[in-house]
Design a protein around this ligand. Structure first.
Ligand code: CXF
Ligand code: ZN
Length: 372
């Protein structure tokens, strides 16, 4: 236990994140130690800070890390020291969901991602000799060094050798969630209309993916004009302000109904409005974080009679090993220009970066933590 690092400690929303000295635990056979180059900030980090998710505080957050492998345990085959890698969420590898390569629905998601320790209860990080909650999404990358696991590390393909890690960092969360919802979960068909509600990271990733899939028209809905403008630049053929009867305007544009309505807002009135726009066989995909007590109401005859579907989607149904390299190839080919969403901040500007995300000024803040 002699690897020292600096980590941003989150103690809730009454105080700022503070960067402090920590010490890493020894690596287990299936783990890697990664020198973190950059880490994106996601709303899920902030939901934990605000105690909306059952992750114990104080904790080292950060789950969109990218970096260079420095050491590997004896069983690790996915990467070797010196490799450039991106990190994403962890999973158990043996439950019925993992068995069919659907790890976002891992039966043991909580202990592997949100318990603050490894799934066996052991600590990965110490401060002043005492355990600190970490192993967030199997990484805790708001730190100069991270312990990650075989199952949540993906080696950057050689074809992306020229793409900086600081740009690739956020690929393993919101970007994969939006793109995966379109390409993997809903399997959007060319020529069918899609409306995306909410033009943040997930919504804009979905719009770029809808363009890749050939959906038409591609409609963006948001309350911020600047986000609608960005959505149009990145693939939306139409955009409507949610405050100006977006549902009525979509109905006018697509009188036969939508093939797909994708909600990233988690607001049940928005979801019900989106559902009401579906054509026969239309799919309403839901990914937004919602009030845990919220209920949705749908007309049963329309639900069954038109073969309409409501689909809860987690992490874009992504299987990391196959989907992250696929997204990186789309990026290299210019079809997934997610760099347009990013603004970079230095590690010690973490609190300013969070503020810029919460004010809506920046879609995807990325912290620069180390050099490549
Ligand atoms: C996650 C949820 C579980 C799968 C990967 C993405 N969301 C994080 O913010
Ligand atoms: Zn996230």
């Amino acid at each position: 236990m002699n690897i020292h690092a600096q980590a941003a400690i989150c103690r809730g929303n009454t105080e700022p994140f503070r960067i402090e000295d920590v010490v890493l635990d020894d690596l287990r056979p299936d783990e890697l130690r990664i020198r973190v180059v950059a880490c994106g900030i996601c709303h899920t980090d902030l939901a934990v800070r605000d105690e909306q998710l059952p992750v114990p505080l104080p904790v080292v957050l950060g789950h969109e890390g990218a970096g260079i492998v420095e050491a590997v345990g004896s069983d690790v085959t996915v990467a070797a020291p010196g490799d450039r890698v991106v990190m994403s969420f962890n999973s158990c590898g043996h439950c019925p969901s993992c068995a069919v390569d659907a790890p976002t629905y891992c039966y043991e998601f909580f202990p592997h991602n949100w318990s603050g320790t490894r799934a066996d209860g052991s600590a990965t990080l110490y401060r002043d000799g005492k355990p600190v909650n970490a192993n967030f999404f199997g990484q805790s990358s708001f730190a100069t060094q991270a312990i990650a696991h075989q199952r949540n590390v993906v080696k950057v393909p050689a074809s992306a050798a020229d793409i900086p890690l600081e740009r690739l960092a956020p690929i393993g969360c919101g970007l994969m969630t939006g793109a995966g919802a379109v390409l993997r979960a809903m399997k959007v068909r060319a020529g069918l209309p899609i409306a995306v509600f909410g033009a943040g990271t997930v919504g804009i990733a979905a719009i770029m993916a809808a363009k890749i899939a050939g959906a038409d028209p591609i409609i963006a809905v948001d309350v911020h004009e600047s986000r609608l403008a960005l959505a149009r630049e990145l693939g939306a053929t139409h955009s409507f302000n949610a405050r100006e009867d977006a549902v009525g305007k979509i109905r006018e544009l697509c009188p036969q109904g939508l093939g797909y309505a994708f909600d990233t807002t988690g607001i049940n009135t928005v979801i019900q409005g989106a559902w009401g726009l579906l054509a026969p066989m239309g799919i309403c995909g839901i990914v937004g974080a919602s009030d845990p007590a919220a209920q949705l109401t749908f007309n049963e005859a329309e639900f069954m009679g038109g073969g309409r579907r409501v689909m809860g989607i987690l992490g874009g149904d992504s299987d990391l090993v196959t989907f992250l390299p696929e997204l990186i190839e789309h990026h290299i080919a210019g079809r997934f220009p997610f760099e347009r969403l990013i603004r970079y901040f230095e590690f010690d500007e973490i609190n300013e970066a969070i503020e810029a995300s919460e004010s809506g000024e920046v879609v995807k803040p990325v912290l620069r933590i180390g050099t490549e």
